[in-house]
Design a protein around this ligand. Sequence first.
Ligand SMILES: Cc1cc2nc3c(=O)[nH]c(=O)nc-3n(C[C@H](O)[C@H](O)[C@H](O)COP(=O)(O)O)c2cc1C
Length: 216
Amino acid sequence: MLDTALNWRYAAKRMNGRRVPEITVERILDTAHLAPSSYGLQPYSVVVVDTPELRERCQPAMFHQPQIVEGSHLLVFATWESIGEAEVDQLMTLTAEERGVELASLDGYRQTVAGAVGRLSTSQARHQWAARQAYLAMGMVLTAAAMERVDATPMEGFDPAALDEVLELPARGLRSAVVVMLGYRDTETDWLAGLKKVRWPRERVIARAECVERSK
Ligand SMILES: Cc1cc2nc3c(=O)[nH]c(=O)nc-3n(C[C@H](O)[C@H](O)[C@H](O)COP(=O)(O)O)c2cc1C
């Protein structure tokens, strides 16, 4: 099942304009919601751009990649600008509520998480750290989309500052890291459709650690 889906998927270059049903998109997005993250902080939002008008306005920032207007849902994985004590406190409050425990019982954990995010001393360091969490969610979205037989093209080929401006992300305290375009492949126009998947030999990607006896 999973391996069939992953062999079926590829990063479609052309899409056929058919809209992915909302119920399917929501199921795919559930995986981003449930994705694991460092300390469980989930320091990102997935901004869904689903109107043709707004996608058209995003296209120049996406270096005019055709999928932006030929697909139906543009998912922008955007990191939080603010990652600090306030967000850590919010997470502790939520955890205490959800698990029915005293807030004070989470003090040790709060200190650990606050210490870790406190060491991210620049806005760029926070963005990079948060982007790593967002990429993990993106991986789950790509897998879920394949299981749903929806094409999903991951994209780094865009101008983040320009995209952020079109979507007014700074006003929401967000900064784009990576995007995924959802839609359906156009097998007539996509030069990549039907081409064999290219991957390194498995043993180059999946390696075993070797236990070397050391002489004392
Ligand atoms: C982080 C990332 C960024 C990518 N950026 C783009 C992009 O901007 N445009 C595009 O058409 N494909 C993009 N790709 C697709 C890759 O080229 C593709 O995943 C890779 O060649 C492997 O092929 P496959 O996914 O089709 O199996 C990106 C993939 C990843 C993971």
